[in-house]
Write a protein that binds this ligand. Structure first.
Ligand code: AP5
Ligand code: MG
Length: 217
């Protein structure tokens, strides 16, 4: 199964991807997580991405497409769930071309829908594991031990791009550049709209129901 998760910042892409991966054994490929690892390692790619990420804009298409093409082709798994990519119509077109070369395609797109007002509260309370990318919330999805990742015990951090000003800019970027990707996929395949304003468990249930039905079809 090759799945794309779309949605605004804070819609729950990372949270739900981890659950999809645990249930279906797919590979989780998050463009944001890969960029953050590159930044932490201060690679050329990481340095290039830094200013775009800190301002809430998008890293240029050609840089991202190359990075994700490499991650997909290096993967030993044939099934994956993409989180944060594609984020422009140009990226979606390039992804389709890349998969078509191997006789493959995206099977399903899950579109997590969330109101802009809800996003701010999610972002200010988010805590992330810099090691494994696991995501928590200080009220909604608490770790077992405060401030520590459940999986590896690493100290949780607040992402620098979660400040209210940068979140505003990320939402603007999402509406202008990523929302058209939903229409691109609606014209080219199967898109499931999911109300992501519900609790994380309810959202997972809705996603699993859709993915199970796809597996049975
Ligand atoms: P990226 O890391 O992809 O950030 P994003 O899209 O802004 O999404 P987030 O990770 O902020 O949100 P999420 O949907 O994963 O939500 P989460 O599950 O954490 O990208 C960062 C930057 O990298 C971009 O701004 C850009 O510069 C660059 N970039 C990345 N990909 C790119 C690309 N393809 N092209 C160009 N540039 C690119 O949940 C949020 C919070 O809410 C958490 O605290 C969570 O616990 C909580 N929560 C989750 N679900 C629920 C729920 N149902 N109810 C209550 N709380 C919930
Ligand atoms: Mg994320």
């Amino acid at each position: 199964m090759r799945v794309v998760l779309l949605g605004a910042p804070g819609a729950g892409k990372g949270t739900q991807c981890k659950r999809i991966v645990d249930k279906y054994g797919l590979l989780h490929l998050s463009s944001g997580d890969i960029l953050r690892q590159e930044r932490a390692a201060q690679t050329e790619l990481g340095k290039k991405a830094q200013s775009y990420m800190d301002s809430g804009g998008l890293v240029p298409d050609e840089v991202i497409t190359e990075m994700m093409a490499s991650a997909i082709s290096k993967s030993p798994h044939s099934g994956f769930v993409l989180d944060g990519f594609p984020r422009t119509v140009e990226q979606a077109v390039e992804l389709d071309k890349l998969l078509a070369l191997k006789g493959k395609k995206i099977d399903v797109v899950v579109n997590l829908k969330i109101a802009d007002e809800e996003v701010a509260a999610r972002m200010t309370g988010r805590r992330s594991c810099p090691e494994c990318g696991a995501v928590y919330h200080i009220e909604n999805l608490k770790p077992k031990v405060e401030g520590k990742c459940d999986k590896d015990g690493t100290e949780l951090i607040q992402r620098p791009d979660d400040s209210p000003e940068v979140v505003k800019s990320r939402l603007k970027t999402y509406h202008e550049q990523t929302e058209p990707v939903v229409d691109y996929y609606k014209n080219n395949g199967t898109v499931y709209d999911i109300d992501s304003g519900e609790s994380a468990d309810e959202v997972s249930e809705l996603i699993f129901k859709r993915l199970n039905a796809l597996g049975e079809a």
